[in-house]
Design a protein around this ligand. Sequence first.
Ligand code: SF4
Length: 503
Amino acid sequence: MAFPPRNGPNDVVAEPAVALPWLTMDSPAPDDAPKRYLVRTFGCQMNEHDSERIAGLFEADGMTAATGLDDADVVVLNTCCIRENADNKLYGTLGHLKSVKDARPGMEIVVAGCLAQKDQDGIRERAPYVDLVFGTHNVHRATELLHRSRAEGPLTEILEATVADDHELFPSAMPARRELGHAAWVTIQIGCDNSCAFCIVPAVRGQEISRPFDRLVDEVEGLAADGVTEVTLLGQNVNSYGRDLTLAARQAGGSGRVRPLFAELLRAVGAVDGIRRVRYTSPHPKDLRPETIAAMAETPAVCEHLHLPVQSGSDRILAAMHRGYTAERYLEKLAAARAAMPDLAVTTDLIVGFPGETEDDFAETLELAAAVEYDSAYTFIYSPRPGTEAAERVDEYVDPAAVADRFDRLKVVLERSALAKHEGRIGRTEEVVVEGPSRKDPSITTGRTGQNKLIHFVSPDPLRAGSYADVLVTGAAPHFLRGELVAVTAGARHRTRIPVAAG
Ligand code: SF4
């Protein structure tokens, strides 16, 4: 499943479209000074994680982080092609960068990520001042390619598939410059073997490749030793993690079954000393197995939160999307998860206005959403992604006015259940990991509950990010909780920054 954005529905993480407050003219580093880089990320957690790795590779190569565009010698745009208007955002941003580069000819512009993978030579055809374009399969060569572009001139290198070994292949196995010390993402798998009709991910990220089990556990042990207490396992379809590993083992003469290893991975990572919280994203409902539900229920560190993207409540639309399950099957799996974990928060992704969606189809989506009573949901208005099967179904595109009306009606149902779920937490004491002072009101502390709910609470003293605290929930809104500190239960253990960590 494509990752939901971290900042909310229909949002693009971390990056403006074309209004760039970071654009001013200033002097770059002198020739003998270390070059300074700036990485701007568009898109999902996988892209953010790739950006951490690009930054880590640059730092391992002697570069330092710029404070902004003012002092950046190398600007990397790590692009996403999943969100709407990705092209416009990229080329709008590049247009602004061109004016900076005109004033500072030594500045280097790099385009990486999914859109680079998809558009390939097209990027430098439209923006010839770009120095380097590389795709999703050669992030591990970012510094080498940058050196080559300096020596040989502008360069585009896109690999159609990954050919590197584990250490180079996976973002988590490369040097990292992690931004959030107490929590870390760990890529367990790249690519996707599914073929959802609306999704460009398989085309730009390739087939599923799982990272070896032992190396993942080793990495989490290393993170825990550095004070990380929360890990989020990342993959496009985490439930199928390890299927390729067991297949390869059998082809090599082994006798085991071809099967996913995700449940074992959850248990192993959850057992690492010092790891208090394990999250994962994203699972595919068709691959959610009883073993995974059991592992979640029986591993205390695994958080009581399941993000299970349903996309539609209509079997006809689910079939057109090639999702591989019916609404009934989805509800059965969810019921099994809730039976095993009664205090489970459930979130989802929903697409409104998929080509061919009728009012009856949408009524089934509303019915499913009301029946499930989600804690929250990312809702997306369908927008065609060139290169996907659904985008070809132009004759079946749904009238935008009808889609907007459906979107609003769905939002009412989802917000009603979110508020009810949040109100149900009032009076409970929840364990919260502190994220820091609230951006809107620094006198308020912000954190996350185990169910991944945002909570704003009052604390008599400032609390360091990464601390754990018991917080009494005193109020609720559709998108957050309010509370009061009861007690700090554990201080933060991480260093302020993990500068460079090799996997
Ligand atoms: S093809 Fe389907 S399962 Fe794979 S990443 Fe896209 S939405 Fe997720």
